[in-house]
Write a new protein. Structure first.
Length: 357
């Protein structure tokens, strides 16, 4: 509020030159790239020293483009509940539950062998929405190929691997069954993941990157035409989850600016993971995943001709807590991971809801 304008006035934040938009960024440069002597066509660099040890980095941008982690898609035949490469182990009393005290997944012999994971703690299980349906579409196709609408993307990281058994961290594992809808029998249970992310054996395509926390390195396969010098100059990651937070502010304009390079919090997300019901409402009901630009109880705040890009998390902008007079005009949103703008909250609106009119 201390930066708000006086009554009848407006504070405008804009670039010094209309031809050169100002940049608000939390980018962390990834430098020191070298050719990997053990892998043809792969570059590696040390994890930046500003990144806390053990943090799960989920984003790397090179040349202004998002790189992707290597994925493993489980193949399903018929119902994934009985005939999947991954068998769901709800608890330790189930088949294959001896190594899984709170449940998890057992990989059949025809599947990827999790005991070969180079860094199990860096592997993330990703579940797409489909209204909480258990298992893949009936055709056996992946969610992103089936025409289904993956309106949620839940994520849990690996707690440990024992042979072919994999446990996910709690409370993330505990929350997973309750975030989705009931199945046709009225039961709730765990799903087969849509894919596993940061799987070393599938690190084979240009534009992929791999996080190796144990070795303290980031690996990257350059795209066609990219040189080591290009990667050294342009590779960035991010650690900060918030670029701008306004609480109770009034009468401000943000114009001709670029907001970029911020991520879902890689530290607080580790145990809880990301298990939402919808609209970034975390399952436990008390936490709403932060957006990159957060507006709370504000009045007369506007964003005009701004660019929001290269953002991790769920939304670029959220306005809640009874915010009024919020305007987003002639702005561009790209590579934002989730939604662009969210007005209001799914929580109790007793203090008034965001005014979008």
């Amino acid at each position: 509020p201390e930066h708000s304008a006086l009554p009848g006035a407006t504070v405008t934040w804009t670039s010094a030159s209309p031809a050169a938009p100002g940049v608000i960024s939390a980018a962390v440069q990834v430098s020191g790239w070298k050719a990997d002597p053990s892998r043809h066509g792969v570059l590696f660099a040390p994890i930046p020293p500003t990144v806390p040890r053990g943090a799960t980095l989920r984003h790397l941008w090179v040349g202004g483009r998002r790189a992707v982690k290597p994925r493993y898609y489980p193949r399903c035949k018929g119902s994934c509940l009985q005939h999947s490469e991954l068998l769901i182990v709800e608890n330790s009393s189930c088949s294959h539950g001896a190594d899984l005290p709170w449940g998890g997944y057992f990989f059949n012999v025809t599947a990827l062998d999790p005991s070969t994971f180079k860094n199990p703690s860096n592997v993330e299980f990703v579940f797409t929405g489909r209204a909480g349906a258990r298992g893949p579409p009936p055709s056996g196709e992946r969610d992103d190929q089936s025409g289904e609408d993956p309106w949620c993307e839940m994520r849990c990281t690996v707690a440990f691997v024992r042979g072919r058994s994999v446990a996910l961290k709690r409370p993330c594992w505990t929350a997973l069954p309750f975030a989705g809808a009931e199945d046709t029998s009225g039961n709730r249970g765990h799903q087969v993941p849509a894919y596993l992310e940061n799987v070393d054996v599938n690190f084979t395509s240009p534009g992929q990157w791999y996080l190796d926390s144990d070795a303290g390195t980031i690996l990257y396969r350059p795209r066609d035409g990219e040189t080591l010098a290009d990667v050294e100059r342009t590779a960035v990651t991010a650690m900060n989850s918030t670029l701008l937070m306004l609480d109770g502010a009034k009468n401000m304009k943000w114009e001709n600016l670029i907001f970029q390079h911020a991520v879902w919090d890689p530290l607080t997300s580790e145990q809880q993971g990301y298990v939402d019901i919808q609209s970034a409402q975390i399952f436990n009901g008390s936490v709403i995943a932060a957006s990159r630009i957060q507006l709370h109880a504000v009045r007369n705040i506007s964003f005009r001709t701004c660019n929001f890009q290269h953002l991790g998390g769920v939304y670029a902008i959220t306005a809640e807590g009874g915010s009024q007079g919020v305007a987003v005009e002639n702005c561009t949103f790209r590579d934002c991971s989730g939604g662009g703008v969210k007005f209001g909250s799914v929580a109790n609106c007793s203090t008034g809801c965001a005014n979008v009119g």
